[in-house]
Design a protein around this ligand. Structure first.
Ligand code: ADE
Length: 229
């Protein structure tokens, strides 16, 4: 069973994503579990302080190393972690390859930054991977952690009902997914491509592959450059 521990100052932000749909089913099937830890529980002193002014001045608070260290070390004393991931806009951009690799791991820890981020020494001492979900800035790492957890957990065998459906996702073969249709076969004059109604499975697969290639060429030529056909 995969275990993901998420450390945050806003645990409420993560209530929603993990109590619904696929992630909930993964928990119920005993395939994955996500535990959210409130960093404030690891803060010392009356104020339960987790952030402080930046040395050298400037706007914005910085998350202090001590509460984070305490939380990480407590978790590490209970099990070994394959990766300790810090969600940050200056990390490597997340993609399907990274999701595939992480879905093979047993225990993952994710640290969500807030304010101006964490004291650099947290990154030096504890973090094994720094990941961004794109070139934009969120108000904290929580939604990014939820994105990672979703992309990873759905790849664990048995989580999706139809075992093959993750294999036909966009990016899984380096291409975007082909268009899909369902009933009715005609809507206000718009017809579903004839081939899909033909029952010729091999021809349908050829058509889907062609559509994938065309769609990728049109929308994401950068992906085509990485493939040789
Ligand atoms: N925290 C703030 N912005 C982020 C981003 N784009 N990716 C990951 N974590 C973040």
């Amino acid at each position: 069973m995969m275990r993901i521990d998420i450390i945050t100052v806003v645990p409420g932000l993560l209530d929603g994503p993990f109590s619904h749909s696929i992630l909930k089913r993964a928990e119920e099937k005993g395939l994955a579990t996500v535990k959210v830890h409130n960093l404030r529980d690891y803060a010392t002193g009356k104020q339960k302080q987790v952030d402080d002014y930046a040395f050298g001045g400037g706007a914005g608070m910085v998350m202090m190393i001590e509460p984070i260290a305490k939380c990480i070390q407590e978790l590490q004393s209970e099990r070994d972690y394959d990766e300790i991931i810090y969600l940050t806009p200056d990390g490597s951009t997340f993609n399907q390859n990274m999701a595939n690799e992480l879905s093979l791991k047993g225990n993952l820890m994710m640290l969500c930054g807030h304010y101006k981020g964490v004291d650099e020494r947290v990154r030096q001492r504890f973090i094994t991977k720094e990941i961004s979900i794109g070139d934009f800035v969120l108000s904290g790492g929580e939604l990014a952690a939820a994105v990672l957890a979703d992309a990873i957990i759905r790849l664990i065998p048995g989580v999706l009902n139809d075992e093959t459906s993750a294999l036909t996702d966009s990016f899984q073969d380096g291409l975007l997914a082909p268009p899909v249709f369902t009933r009715p076969a005609e809507y206000e004059g718009m017809k579903v491509p004839e081939i899909l109604l033909s029952g010729h499975q091999a021809k349908i697969e050829d058509w889907r592959f062609e559509q994938s290639v065309r769609r990728t060429q049109e929308r994401r030529p950068d992906l085509m450059d990485r493939k040789d056909f």
